[in-house]
Design a protein around this ligand. Structure first.
Ligand SMILES: Nc1ncnc2c1ncn2[C@@H]1O[C@H](COP(=O)(O)OP(=O)(O)O)[C@@H](O)[C@H]1O
Ligand SMILES: [Mg+2]
Length: 234
């Protein structure tokens, strides 16, 4: 395996996640082991409540496993101290949400520049031009100076994807990114994610959209906190 390939390899080893409830522990993920090589478009599917978001949150270090380990590019994510975690995530993982979560009082351009400011990843004087070229790549450069509320849902999701790419992370994770979009717009968003994998990124998408299964190189189906099916295309 060459260096680029090993760069964003994701390895979950016997990962469990429980949430303490008054009625006892709730086991949201049960002994999940999983390897995701870099550069693929990966779908995580399963019913509501099956553990999909919990899995993404463990990969992104947003939450910690109760047992087992999550290793990304050789970094054991659950062992990173809180102080290092936000910067590590900022540089390694771009996150895209169902409801876009752009900051409403900042322009689209400012939203995309924000992760670069936070991680200090590019020199100050390069950030604006980098943000504009990302907006051009996702097809909404003309919207740069507008507020999120002035854009359509599809345009807001494109802006959120540009923001996720701001620090050039090797991985993008997206939790039901087309759940709030019509099917034609969803299709164009999937095209955009697919183009990112052609550029070498690993893209992991939680999705209910069965129509788009041909896009994915790796499909992981979850039920009741366990992987019940895995399909890997060459
Ligand atoms: N913080 C939490 N506290 C208690 N239970 C939780 C918490 N987060 C998730 N769960 C439970 O874990 C299960 C899986 O949740 P989730 O990963 O969000 O499912 P999905 O994304 O597949 O809909 C659900 O039953 C949910 O209620
Ligand atoms: Mg979810």
């Amino acid at each position: 395996m060459n260096h680029e390939q090993s760069k964003s390899q994701i390895q979950l080893t016997r990962v469990s996640k429980s949430f303490p409830l008054a009625s006892g522990d709730f086991h949201a993920l049960k002994n999940v082991s999983l390897t995701i090589p870099s550069g693929k478009l990966v779908a995580i599917t399963g019913k509501s409540g099956s553990g999909k978001s919990t899995l993404l949150n463990l990969i992104a270090g947003i939450d910690k496993p109760t047992e087992g380990s999550v290793s990304i590019n050789g970094v054991q994510v659950e062992k990173l101290p809180e102080s290092a975690l936000a910067t590590w995530r900022g540089k390694n993982i771009g996150v895209v949400f169902q409801f876009f979560q752009l900051l409403p009082t900042l322009t689209i351009l400012e939203n995309v520049m924000l992760p670069m400011d936070f991680c200090n990843s590019y020199p100050k004087k390069e950030r604006k031009s980098r943000a504009l070229s990302l907006l051009e790549m996702v097809g909404i450069k003309e919207q740069a100076d507008k507020l999120p509320s002035e854009l359509s849902g599809g345009q807001q999701q494109r802006a959120a994807i540009a923001r996720a790419l701001a620090n050039d992370p090797p991985m993008i994770i997206a939790d039901e990114p087309t759940g709030n979009l019509d099917s034609q717009t969803a299709s164009s968003i999937f095209d955009l994610f697919a183009s990112l994998t052609r550029a070498g990124k690993t893209v992991i998408i939680v999705t209910h959209e069965r129509d788009f299964s041909e896009y994915f190189g790796h499909v992981i189906a979850i039920a009741d906190g366990e992987i019940v099916k895995e399909v890997i295309h060459a």
